[in-house]
Design a protein around this ligand. Sequence first.
Ligand code: SAM
Length: 234
Amino acid sequence: MSSFTNLMESRYGISVSDNQEALLVKDLRAIMEVNQVMNLTRITSEEEGMVLHLEDSLTGLPYVNEAPEGLYGDLGTGGGFPGIPLCIMTGRKTVLVDSVKKKVRALENVAADLDLSDLVEGYDGRIEDLALERKGEFSVVTARALSSLPSLMELACPLLCKQGRLVCYKAQPSHEELSMADDIEELLGLKKVIHDAFELSDGSQRCIIVYEKVSKPHIRLPRRVGLAQKTPLT
Ligand code: SAM
């Protein structure tokens, strides 16, 4: 067993097969290579990437697995984290969403090199526009380093099917952010079902907060492009 698979098993109870590990490492290396010509991630060493990209991305796996079967979307995917690692681990059809076209094209190329083209689709556009085109189609969406919780909830809500789940990767959300998120759950028809706090192997603090779509929102969504992030609902 490699040190990575050992760590994922002992620390998180996540089994990573040899084939999955080979693909995860290939993904990380490919992203690091693209990163030399295009700004995809601030992480430049493979050692750091193993923790802050691969280990961190995989911490969301059990929560994604608890969502209903079906389409998965990674919102604001940037360098494809956690989207590509979670696609490798779940085998779900995956949509990688980012408003920067060249990032999405680069991720599609990486996915092709990993033989994942049948599973991975890139969407180069705003999340709000995707919500107009594919309302209610997603069983689960993730978001890491994208926006505040209230903005994530609003952006994800129209994309999710009934009982679909939003899995938010956070460092340490403030009490204010958490309380603003609590205040808009009912308006959006979302319910917080999980809030777990833990440390990555390098000591970084992490939280995973999961919302389930329990009913239709009481407002029309998506609002105009940009509003969810500029003026979150209260
Ligand atoms: N999720 C990645 C990670 O954790 O490494 C990347 C995070 S990066 C800080 C945020 C990304 O979200 C950027 O690539 C940006 O282009 C994208 N983004 C921000 N707002 C967006 C929106 N409304 N629709 C689509 N993409 C968006």
